[in-house]
Design a binder for this molecule. Structure first.
Ligand SMILES: [Zn+2]
Length: 450
């Protein structure tokens, strides 16, 4: 039976300020027979040089390689011979070689998938393994760290595959990663990430929210360039992100239970899943900072309306809040605002305003909305004009809420007194709350229409 796989990549801000707006975008399903089909993928890694994506295909007993657009390139490990894999679990790419944990030993390939050597055997001693799982390389000295899961330890080998040391008394360690400061170990049966210093002394534990008791589906995690921790939270269908201070900074909901996560050379989060109906999805999410450019690309040539603009965008992109984003973009589009054909208005008779008896007794009030906000956050101007003296008061407003308008009017009234008549255009901002204050202050609430 075909098991379904999903690759989802989600774009995040450069500098790893993971935005809350990331949502799946473009999906392309790949179903049926073929090399690009996966069956229970357990691990994903990106080659920093080529950007190629290497996925450990557990049930197909091989590693499949995709380019950065998730297009299949080649696979290795499933043909008979010395390099044949049996239930591969995890891989690490370092300096033109790929190390893969499988069965009860480690396989060593080059980046083209050519078999080089086999390290270790089944057992409990040095250079012996019992279900080796996660694997990592210390980039400063090329030491190799292996989760020797069923032996409840991390085993460390030198770059020429000699035993160096071991540490830990874990329940079932399934993933290991390294930074300059820490060795991170994910213990599946006791779901938390343990942080050790490089002398193997426990420093901290990050408790994950997951339950993580499925040994066949161990979660994995990834340390990005800024030392943020991305954790595939299998039990809550999300990717949890912790900052270098180990505070939870983000939770990206994903479509199903994620099994592994990594970040590619373009700061896209790649997540792999297992699924029952057999498909591969490739999702690309724009950065928040890119959204205006994307809307502009689909709107600025012919200035179509809301729905047409969104239809164009959705050929390639989608995100939560697309209607709001495109709507507010069009509302502030200068061309649309200045060229929009207004519906014809019937001619009305002009109603002259009788000359006021004295200054400041009959005033007009209106709000002017600016297209953009000032650096201090102001976007509206409240304008009051005395109809006798033509004296004008203008005050900046950040919003046009009743409260802010009333606060502003209060300051004006305290300085200039209360007019007898305040004329306005029945805008929603002059709500009943404001006209009620007019009533209390005995201001005639004189309305006119445009
Ligand atoms: Zn426009």
């Amino acid at each position: 039976m075909a098991t379904a796989i999903t690759i989802e990549t989600e774009r995040v801000k450069t500098g790893n300020d993971y935005t809350s707006k990331i949502q799946p975008l473009v999906c392309s399903s790949k179903r049926g027979e073929g090399n690009d089909k996966l069956y229970s993928p357990l691990c994903v890694a990106v080659d920093k040089l080529t950007g190629n994506i290497y996925i450990v295909d557990y049930s197909n007993n091989c590693v499949k390689v995709f380019d950065s657009t998730a297009k299949y390139i080649f696979k290795f490990g499933d043909s008979n011979g010395e390099g044949k894999m049996f239930s591969p679990r995890s891989l690490v790419i370092c300096r033109s070689r790929i190390l893969i944990t499988h069965d009860h030993d480690i396989l060593n390939y080059n980046l083209d998938g050519e078999f080089i050597s086999r390290i270790g055997k089944h057992g409990k001693g040095e250079l012996e393994f019992d279900i080796p799982w996660g694997i990592a390389i210390n980039e400063s000295n090329d030491d190799i760290y292996i989760c020797d899961s069923n032996n409840n330890r991390i085993q460390i080998l030198s770059q020429d595959f000699q035993f160096e040391s071991q540490f830990g008394s874990f329940k079932y360690p399934c993933d290991v990663k390294l930074s300059k400061e820490y060795i991170y170990v994910l213990d599946t049966s006791n779901p938390c990430i343990h942080l050790f210093n490089h002398n193997h002394i426990l420093q901290k534990r990050i408790i994950s929210r997951g339950q993580g008791n499925q040994v066949i589906d161990p979660q994995s995690f990834f340390i990005d360039n800024s030392n943020n921790i991305l954790y595939a939270d299998y039990s809550s269908n999300s990717i949890s992100i912790f900052n270098p201070e180990f505070q939870s900074i983000h939770n990206i909901p994903v479509s199903e239970q994620p099994t592994a996560v990594t970040v590619d050379n373009h700061d896209r989060v790649i997540v792999i899943f297992r699924k029952k109906n057999g498909c591969v999805k490739y999702l690309e999410i724009p950065l928040v900072s890119e959204i205006d450019n994307i809307i502009g690309f689909y709107h600025n040539v012919t200035h179509p309306g809301l729905n047409t603009t969104i239809d164009g965008i959705r050929n390639k992109y989608d995100w939560n809040g697309i209607y709001n984003d495109v709507g507010s973009y069009i509302r502030t589009c200068h061309d649309c605002q200045t060229s929009a054909a207004l519906p014809p208005q019937p001619q009305r008779e002009l109603q002259p305003i009788p000359p006021p008896e004295e200054p400041w007794c009959h005033c007009g009030i209106d709000l002017v909305r600016n297209k953009s906000r000032t650096v201090l956050g102001f976007q509206h101007i409240l304008v009051i004009v005395c109809y006798l003296s033509k004296f004008v008061i203008a005050r900046p407003l950040k919003t046009k809420t009743s409260k802010e308008i009333l606060d502003c009017l209060q300051v004006i009234y305290l300085s200039f007194g209360v007019p007898k008549i305040l004329q306005h255009d029945q805008g929603t901002e002059f709500s009943s709350k404001i006209t009620h204050i007019f009533y209390i202050l005995e201001i005639s609430n004189c309305k006119y229409t445009k």
